[in-house]
Ligand binder design. Structure first.
Ligand code: MN
Length: 290
């Protein structure tokens, strides 16, 4: 059977700051070929490559802001992120941990470097992925899932290869995160000169951030750190080969296939629903958070 090929390799993006705590490269939706529809159900991906933050008594981050219509998924590679929301949920995403925040009908939240981490300063690296919700779940009550490194099962398909299953499954091992549509989200660690076979239904939109190291796909050209790989939808199975020690973040999901109307922190199906979200926000219907 035909291998799934590489569609686009996106070069490292010019970083920008979100608030004063997240120095991110945006891959979805601003990189060529990676708009919200192309990567459906993945509608936003910001990646903070390792960056040194000086010690401070005032934790850096993003102050209170709303979300409606989707989920924010925060994956911490280095450093710690603290979260508080108007649904009363709070938590700290530790190194190797994941926070899966279902905004759905709407929350206010704030995202900061955890206080102790901020106080000491240090290398910080994380990714934030926005996962769209199908229309029938956009107005569900908000929900929060927090997972530590220990909560995330590790599959070892061969020596020197680890697949940490955050959501979905790999080789019969299921991740802890509950999703509303079929999604696989893995953090992958590979020793030098190892190989991993992956397979997803061909219609699943699939992408990989090279968080560390150099890889090739299907024994093709070398792809270096900080690049984003969008796989084509022309097959199921493909191989990843490591040229160095490697860390990857892989996402693969079934497209929702509904219209997308997006403005800032609101992602709905129609313009009218975006207008409604704005009215609800200004009328205080997203709750309160100090
Ligand atoms: Mn947010």
């Amino acid at each position: 059977m035909k291998k799934r090929s590489v569609d686009i390799v996106v070069s490292p993006r010019v970083p920008h700051f979100v608030g004063d705590g997240f120095r991110v490269q945006n891959f979805i939706p601003s990189a060529y070929g990676l708009d919200m529809q192309a990567m459906d159900p993945f509608i936003m991906l910001d990646y903070n490559a390792p960056f040194y933050f000086e010690a401070t008594d005032t934790p850096r981050g993003v102050d209170v802001h709303p979300h409606r219509g989707f989920e924010t998924v925060t994956i911490a590679f280095k450093g710690k992120v603290a979260h508080h929301d108007s649904a009363g949920n709070s938590g700290v995403v530790e190194e190797g941990g994941v926070q899966w925040m279902t905004a759905a009908s709407g929350v206010l939240h704030k995202e900061y470097h955890e206080r102790e981490f901020a106080k000491n300063g240090g290398i910080f690296s994380m990714a934030q992925l926005w996962v769209n919700l199908p229309a029938k779940h956009k107005m569900d009550p908000p929900k929060y899932q927090g997972y530590t490194k220990e909560d995330i099962p590790v599959a070892c398909p061969s020596e020197g290869v680890e697949v940490k299953v955050i959501a979905g499954s790999f080789n019969g091992i299921s991740g802890p995160a509950h999703t509303h549509t079929p999604i696989h989200l893995y953090r992958i660690e590979m020793d030098v000169a190892t190989s991993l076979e992956l397979s997803f239904p061909s219609n699943y939109n699939t992408g990989i951030i090279v968080v560390d190291g150099i890889v090739s796909i299907n024994e093709g050209d070398a792809i270096e750190v900080d690049h984003y790989i969008r796989m084509a939808n022309d097959g199921e199975a493909f191989s990843v080969n490591s040229k160095t020690k490697v860390t990857l973040l892989l996402m693969s999901g079934e497209p929702i296939g509904e219209p997308i109307a997006a403005q800032g922190p609101f992602v709905m199906n129609t313009k009218a629903e975006i207008m409604q979200a704005m009215r609800d926000f200004y009328e205080g219907k997203f709750g309160h958070l100090n």
